[in-house]
Design a protein around this ligand. Sequence first.
Ligand code: G16
Length: 544
Amino acid sequence: MAHDEKILAASKRHPIVPLEKGQLYTYGTAGFRMRADLLEGVTFRVGLLSALRSRKQNSQAIGVMITASHNPAADNGVKIVDPMGEMLEQDWERLATALVNSPTDEDLVKLYNRLATDLKIDLGSPAKVIYGRDTRPSGYRLVTALADALEATESEYVDYKLLTTPQLHYLVRATNTEGNPLSYGEVSEAGYYKKLASAFVRAMKSRKIDGTLTVDCANGIGGPKLSEFLKYIPKDKVNFDVRVVNDDILRPEILNLNCGADYVKTKQRPPPIPKLQPGVRTCSFDGDADRLMYYWIDPQTGFFMLDGDRISSLAASFIGELIESAGLKDEMRIGVVQTAYANGASTTYITQHLKLEVICTPTGVKHLHHVAQGFDIGVYFEANGHGTVLFSPDALLAFEEKEPQSPAQKDALDTLAALADLINQTVGDALSDMLMVEVILAHKRWTLRDWAMTYADLPNRLVRVEVGNKDLFWTTDAERRLSHPEGAQEEIDGEVKKYKDARSFARASGTENACRVYSEAATRYEAHELAERVANIIERYGSQ
Ligand code: G16
């Protein structure tokens, strides 16, 4: 069968479901994400795009991850990973949106061919796509649609089955760098564990980890993968005592339910099960293990959460100290990237105490990652716990080649080199970030209370608001202001003015059918009241 006919026949097996009232499918904050029953045709079409993308990228492997991360079990999603393990280039998100919204199978084939012509893609050249999925039951049907697209486009493909999102990102980069001097690691899941375990041991050296760490895995794929990883840590080298909880993946309906990083961040409380005992160092992953949240119950003051902003400032301060000890301070530009959700106190701490540059971008690690690449060491975290630290090629070279002038300098250089291997360079990774935090706490001999003492958060609140049409809300100024609907921002400004040290903004979520409202103010009561008031404004404008 000719190419076009094959695609046409396969597409008919995975029809696209038209959306209501002329709405379009959009490539959101992290790919297409929605109710799983709408996604089969979408995933097929994403398969076509990833084959084009691979051919455009000189036949390098492209990744496709099937996950809806923090969303409820009934949702699913599909996103594309570029050759170095980064999120899909943004110009191509537009192409993905166009392909997915082709009204008929025939239109789809025409557009596919037109894109190939316009982008000068040789459809006869090899293409390679690798993919994985989280534990959602709908994932299996979606990878079948994806594989059909890859068969129809005569692409080579590898199904890695169940993976965390960051593992898939790792595998894409490892595949495309295999056998060259920049090799990212062994091309296998085991390779990922080996790389992290060896870097963890090197970064710890003789430091001791204090007590047990409890890890809530959101009943997602992070549970079994974390348990697997722990087998790779040599017990005689590092005393890492981990208790894995909420790791039931046999009942998919409990995924992210009353547990996980998103629950902890938005509710500002620990998961009810298992009951958290005072003093126990605990952290939560989300459903695909790319977000991390630390917390504990202080016997004196109660629940305390250490979110993405805290992880970011901890990493920036520790790496900054190491850079200084290594004698590299004048050569390395360290910067921190945040979004509008970052607590104002964290930004003040980073700029005024750590004296580091902070840049604010729109939500979505794809935006933060890109900006962080502009630094020698770019620390980026969203407040929700999604982020990582990027090291430039020059920084990596300096860690390797600088002649240490003292044992302390050698120690700092070795730790920096180990951290660069430990910290996932492709995307935020809860497992890798957790190991980084454990290394820093062990080096500093800090408890979570010591970490929490670095600065005091401004009281804040995050609210999810369901509206009739979230697409009415357009933002500007890195999502800190609404440009549409007209009049909404003026009303928000009017409310903010009534409170001391207050700030509030609203935006449409790119992963859920809702808007989000964030507020900060001098007291907890005021932050909550302001959030309610702004939420009311959004509800009213969203139903027009
Ligand atoms: C995804 C993105 C994150 C983003 C989050 C929420 O996370 O990767 O960068 O912060 O969605 O986005 P929004 O507010 O637009 O819904 P995850 O963990 O769900 O993949």
